[in-house]
Design a protein around this ligand. Structure first.
Ligand code: ACO
Length: 427
């Protein structure tokens, strides 16, 4: 069996190697502390595989993203969001019948108890939608107290359908409540994404051609976000779930992890950045220089990625989609020009080239969300909706993995060593 040899002082230990299905190598250090007393230190887990997983492969150096063997480019051009959700959850692209049955199982759960609306009135109108969404999902779990066993696969599957069905409703309700508008109920039998747009912006009636164009674009964006390996929010879902907490608790953890500006919150920040560059006269070079200045906290939002050191393949698809959608909807958005110029300048600049900083998935997505009519601070809720199938699939995978243990990392203590107790009068 292949192994790695590690010497710590005089002591030498052999550690087994694990090889993934496309040749990635991992050193299994689980016996290291028992054998040597040492632990590993890995800031930001940049070099740590927290699990083995069959779901998603990312090759950041080559700019490759694959779900269960299928490239993101093929999925984006051929599949729908719910087909990809099925692929992630059940391991295979659905047949026509399987897709109908999957959609039917989601449609069974289109009712949300009206008591959940109290969450929207319990927060001030300027509360961030991600704060509201996380609270609503946590509250939703309270409605299924007798069906929350995370170790019961059928219950997890049922609750997965519930969450896929209800998350768009909660997002639309949150938006309407804030706008002081009446809620619009989901239309039974309607397309998943078109229904969501109707609940957000329509009157629950006919879904017209413009809405269908918008729905197709949003479907594609949701699909591009469906899973991405052990990113911050997915790790949060697994971490919360590893303690035996239920699915709603784990997904709530994922939503709040996603809300941060270094993760899903970046899509809002990108658009705000593009708008302020535009308002400031569109001087792209000024902002490129600010991003390079170590004394300036400004970062080029939507640029850089922990894993991708090459183009984020999702950003390529999204840029094309953005141009198509704006054309088809007849929207002329000057922020797209600012984004294209920023990208061009950054990709020619040594600072960005040397650090391998490329546009990530968030760089162009906000321009499409804006064209579809979403308020800027709702953007991250759309990321959450897209990422939901990934979170659910990762939770399911963790729960069916017999080697799953509670996540409990170590630390290196750097505080005061043991010292004598200091009475109050001597301090
Ligand atoms: N603008 C300017 N400089 C940057 C940027 C940026 N967007 N991103 C990284 N850098 C620089 C850092 O200052 C650092 O420079 P140094 O080596 O001279 O100190 C170097 O590039 C490495 O950056 P780190 O922050 O160490 O990289 P890390 O992997 O920890 O962070 C992250 C990745 C958080 C995505 C970072 O690139 C960033 O903040 N980007 C902007 C926010 C963003 O777009 N987030 C969305 C990520 S995608 C997603 O979550 C879906």
């Amino acid at each position: 069996m292949p192994e790695a040899v590690l010497r710590i002082g005089e002591k030498e230990v052999s550690l087994p190697l694990m090889t993934g299905s496309v040749g990635e190598t991992a050193v299994d250090i689980s016996s290291l502390r028992d054998e040597t007393g040492a632990v590993t230190l890995d800031d930001g887990f940049a070099n740590t595989a927290e699990t083995a997983s069959d779901l998603t492969f990312v090759d950041g150096e080559a700019g490759v993203l694959i779900h269960r063997g299928y490239t993101i480019e093929d999925l984006a051009s051929e599949a729908s969001f719910l087909e990809v959700a099925h692929l992630l959850l059940f391991g295979a692209l659905p047949t026509k019948g399987e897709l109908e049955s999957f959609v039917g199982s989601i449609q069974e759960h289109l009712h949300v108890d009206s008591a959940i609306r109290n969450v929207f009135s319990a927060v001030p109108q300027d509360a961030h939608p991600m704060q509201v969404l996380g609270s609503a999902v946590a509250a939703l779990g309270g409605h299924y107290a007798d069906d929350l066993d995370p170790n019961d696969p059928e219950s997890v599957e049922r609750n997965s359908y519930r969450l896929i069905a209800k998350l768009p409703i909660l997002i639309a309700w949150a938006h309407r409540a804030r706008e002081g508008q009446e809620i619009v109920d989901p239309i039974p039998g309607a397309d998943y994404v078109a229904n969501f747009l109707e609940m957000m912006f329509g009157d629950g009636g006919h879904i017209d051609e413009q809405e269908q164009i918008a729905a197709k674009a949003l479907d594609s964006l949701l699909l591009l976000h469906a899973d991405h390996g052990q990113n911050c929010s997915t790790s949060a879902v697994r971490l919360v779930g590893s303690s035996g907490a239920n699915l709603y608790g784990a997904i709530t953890g994922g939503i709040f992890a996603l809300s941060g500006p270094l993760h899903g919150g970046a899509n809002q920040e990108v658009l705000e950045m593009l708008a302020s560059i535009s308002e400031d006269g569109g001087d792209v070079d000024k902002y490129i220089n600010r991003a390079k200045d170590k004394d300036d906290p400004f970062r080029l939002m939507g640029f850089g990625h922990r894993v991708y050191k090459n183009f984020d393949p999702r950003a390529n698809v999204i840029r094309t989609t953005a141009e198509e959608v704006l054309n088809r909807l007849g929207v002329d958005d000057p922020l797209l020009d600012v984004a294209v110029q920023l990208q061009k300048r950054a990709l020619e600049d040594d600072y960005f080239v040397e650090r391998k900083l490329f546009p990530n998935v968030d760089f162009f997505s906000g321009i499409i969300y804006r064209a579809l009519g979403f308020p800027v601070d709702m953007f991250t809720t759309l990321f959450a909706l897209g990422r939901l199938p990934g979170w659910l699939s990762q939770f399911k995978e963790m729960k069916t993995d017999s080697s799953n243990r509670i996540f409990r990392p170590r630390q290196i203590y750097t505080g005061e060593p043991k010292r004598a107790w200091l009475p109050m009068e001597e301090r």
